[in-house]
Design a protein around this ligand. Sequence first.
Ligand SMILES: O=C(O)CCC(=O)C(=O)O
Ligand SMILES: [Fe+2]
Length: 346
Amino acid sequence: MTIPTLPIIDVSPYLDDNSSKESRRIVAEQLHVACRDVGFFYLKVDGYVDRSESEELMELQRRFFQRPKEEKEDLAISKQDNARGYQKVGQNVTLSQNDHHEALDFYRPVENPDATKPIWGENQWPSNPPEYREKMEAWVRKMKHLGMMVMKAMSDGLKMTEEEWKGLEKSMDDSFWCMRCIGYPSLPGDKGHKGISCGEHRDYGCLTLLFTDPTPSALQVLYRDPNGPDHAAADASLKGYWIDANPIPGAAVVNIGDMVEIWTNGLYKSTLHRVIHRGDNYRVSVPFFFEPNWDTKVEPLAAAKRIQEQMKEGENGKEAAKHYEPIVYGDHLKRKVGGNFAKYDQ
Ligand SMILES: O=C(O)CCC(=O)C(=O)O
Ligand SMILES: [Fe+2]
């Protein structure tokens, strides 16, 4: 049996106003298959994101994480809303286990910030490197556009009407995005064989657009297969193969999150992944979470249900249908972020 690999999709027709309808149709179809079967894929973005740009992005994180401990802890999340800011190694918790990374998190700025309300405070920008804020804000603008274009391609893959797409677009046009800048020291123990860098989880929102440095064998994805040898830690019935999502130059690693699973009524699955960084280098990554608007009510879309009806008529409709309750994105995020952090006094 050959180990499966993640699909590679060149999204450039959706980033070029003059591209042909046919070139977009092909991308939309590839995206549909990738989201339905895997939930994770490589997105080729050469021409939209220059390689030097993503390298510079990683270099900025390295320079920040190399700053003195006190300087980093001056930006602690506890000084704001317990979400925006810096978390030291071990502070983030997944599946009741402390992750082995440090991180600097930013969210969409809000009107009338209030640090006593969850996720409603202000972003804490480092003053070193001096160009950090300006560069990262430019990255946010770029990723917001890319996220929207992937969602447009997804709507075409779901065969949504123009009117349906306009409705969906409106529910993400003020995305409550999140950008995590993560630094991973190698894991402790002999050859890094102790603990986990980032525990197994699904992402909360729509789409995660991930750029990393070239470190191989760190991010792993559970490629679903009922006969696979591996399984999820929290659910032994969820079987498959843990496969490496090694970085490819000129491509982002993209996965869909819980909101897309709800929107598509489970047709597309939010996929489990984890990070185990055993190499002896310091790894950096920047996942950008493209999300719905704060007050968007997310519920199954008619277009997804139409496809599922057709599948039922064919032979693929054997999987028991799960019922998805509507969720308001901001409420979902508050619940998720609230459960994430170890209780630390800083
Ligand atoms: O660092 C990575 O490669 C992935 C991190 C991740 O999955 C997350 O922050 O949600
Ligand atoms: Fe993730």
